[in-house]
Write a protein that binds this ligand. Sequence first.
Ligand SMILES: Nc1nc2c(ncn2[C@@H]2O[C@H](COP(=O)(O)OP(=O)(O)OP(=O)(O)O)[C@@H](O)[C@H]2O)c(=O)[nH]1
Ligand SMILES: [Mg+2]
Length: 658
Amino acid sequence: MSTNALDINKALQQDRFGSQMAAFAQWKTELIQTIRRYQEWLTQHDKSSPEIELRIFDALKAIDSDNLNIAFVAEFSRGKTELINAIFFANYGRRLLPSEAGRTTMCPTELFYDKTKDQSFIKLLPVETRLSDASLSELKNEESYWTELPLDIDSPDQMAAAFQEVVKTKNVPADEAEKLGLYSEELHGGDEATPAPDTIEIPMWRHALISFPHPLLKQGLVILDTPGLNALGSEPELTLNMLPSAQAVLFILSADTGVTKSDLDMWKNHIMAFRDKKQNGLVAVLNKIDILWDEMKKPEEVLTSIEEQRTTSAAMLGIDDSSVYPVSAQKALLAKTKRDDKLLEQSNILALESLLANEILPTKQQVIWNSIVVGLDQSINNTYDPIAGKLQDLTRQQEQLEALRGKNEDVVQQLLQKAKEQKVAYYESVKNFQASRRRLATQAKVMFNTLGMDAIDVIIEKTRQDMSGSWTTNGMKKGMTLFFESSREAMQIAERHADEIHKLIEGIYRRFHEEHGLKSHKAPKFNIQPHIAELDQLAIKAEEFRNSPISTMAEQSFVVKKFFISLVSHVRNTFGNANREADAWLKELINPLVIQIQEKRTSIDKYMETLNKIKESKNNLEGQLKTLNKELAQLEEQTSALESMRKTLQNCTPPPPE
Ligand SMILES: Nc1nc2c(ncn2[C@@H]2O[C@H](COP(=O)(O)OP(=O)(O)OP(=O)(O)O)[C@@H](O)[C@H]2O)c(=O)[nH]1
Ligand SMILES: [Mg+2]
């Protein structure tokens, strides 16, 4: 291999995550273009409907606002922030985010790029908002609560100063800290041996949002940097909403401390809660391996000691050795800044970057694929089937007319008679269909009654009442069990109603198919399982939370209340999503059927007209055939355009991992 090729390879390898992210962004662009072509086609051919428009709008929005969330979680000072600097921000030639000895990051910090505003800024949520009952995701929509600082990306000094603001703390009287749920005997003293201090140092901010125009962030990467244990413990929303929705959670250990008790607690209480869902998005990093480097030792000896620590750490965490990545974030940052290839290799950061690029990203692509492409494919199918059905009908009519050539009027009369009978029978079926539609509407209403926001709000209110006055982990046990049982049951009932609706629709298709040759159409079922799975996942987390030491630490009722609020907000969200999906599903289920039935009626009526004209004068036959053939050609063109669009969409497969 030439030196040049080697250099290029190395450069590519060095920025493997970056190049995979770029390929991912390119793929999304192609997907968007394909969808837009479909949308244009629909408008041109007057085949659009509010449901399809909505589906397309949702799909485009979902692709555009789709993010890849990676969370960094660990005890303080393990090197989370340094690792973020090394993996994502090394090309700024400096340490961008504040990383120092001792506690540095004071509140969860989200790094992203605000595409809507197209601006750089820091937004900070004052710690006092912890007293409010609103959940963090609700507060995110309330601009007025946030303090906004500008971020001048052309001035590193201004940026560094602005980032320093995020890590600010202040001293408050102990009782105030207690009110905010930021006081714990374990951490601050307050028993006989160590008297409680008068004032306590608390973070200024509860949450930080940093919009920054880094290419990766612009492509949809969202990085979540978190502070040490306490903020995690007393901000349940993080454990409950933010960490579970991340595609990858990097748990960081440090070679200088080994796996300590608090590392282990954190791992068990906050990280292992993902095990059933996202085993492959869970990565442990053994940072600071540079402290094991020793010029006096042979390189193999150093490697052996790193391997030993890797094995011990893996055993303590209860995972495979191969899931623990030994790295040196600090040396990686230095190596990238100084373009020192040897040091970069020693830092071992590339192995971790490959993992993010080759496993985490493709999993993410698959999710988009499943949720967007599959839905659109169904939507194209819904457009296709009525057209194909009409094509089938007209072809049959064309054959019958062709056969009339040279035949006498009796034959025309016979055909007309047959068509009349068909028409009568068809109109009778349509009348029956109207009755079924009313049954469908009733079923749908019942389904939305159990799945609706009103229904879940009743369950929430009941739980709140049950729990009021017992904001303890024990009081919670009773409340939560009932809460999850009731919401799960509501979803299951809704699922049964959805199945009934599906059966009804299938029955109608079957009857129209058997009796009138309506093109058969595969109607999808409503899949509520992902939402039920989400509830189950939450139930497991609630149980783990209840058993965790955090829920008995600090002021119980504060933590339990906060936990309840974020739990409720999550469950409401799940119901909201299920609701919207059910609504879209129902419309997409019924509309193609209605269209097909109408089209069929039009074509029966038109055929009668044609036959009547031919009956008037046999001279009309050729003219009628000509009209019919023209229409057939148009329909053929439409079906093949849709077929090719479907293929393009299918071919728009995610880029393969390197
Ligand atoms: N020797 C060595 N030191 C490192 C390495 N990574 C980080 N450090 C140092 O460890 C200290 C803590 O690093 P941070 O990145 O602030 O750690 P953190 O996990 O973000 O800590 P908090 O923000 O306090 O939760 C800093 O002084 C870093 O310079 C490493 O790979 N090797
Ligand atoms: Mg930090």
